[in-house]
Design a protein around this ligand. Sequence first.
Ligand code: URA
Length: 210
Amino acid sequence: MTQHLTVVNHPLIQHKLTLMREKETSTAVFRQLLREISQLLAYEVTDQLPMTTRRIETPLQEMDAPALDGRKLALISILRAGNGLLDGMLELIPSARVGFVGLYRDEETLKPVQYYFKVPDHLDERLVIVVDPMLATGNSSAAAIDLLKQAGAKDIRFLCLLAAPEGVARMKEAHPDVPIVTASLDERLNDVGYILPGLGDAGDRMFGTK
Ligand code: URA
């Protein structure tokens, strides 16, 4: 991927996203839509993966058929909302390895602090796709990517549902080498860090915790 930010304007994604934004949408429908959108976004974020060919036999003849090259992908979920993007993506890429990064915000320093970190081995040899539905301030995403780079990751892409301009700018400053794929670049953050117009708290909406 060469662009720093890709907004996927596919009609199916945009229609499903509108349904997700509506406040009356139920938890069950929200979750289902997120699963569907995650598959459509997975298609975009895995664009230009290295390919090779494999000699196979069709019922009629032999051929050199295209196949993915290299080691398995790693999908890294930023807890907890990232998990909402995982299931759909794993249906499409069933052999991907999966990792989790948990961060909370220290109320005094306002800096992200790690409370969980479990990722696949050989990150340096994998395409690492970090998933988090909401790129808001970008602080936790940038911190998660710092940790992944410390663990060896070199080829990283970031997938989200909505991005705020503030989060995109923060990521560009901290990790200009990490392309971002999103379904929408929204207007801005409000004064408590929510994306406007947004869809509210993605974790609460997908897990029904509010
Ligand atoms: N996280 C959310 O869940 N929603 C926002 O709007 C911003 C961050």
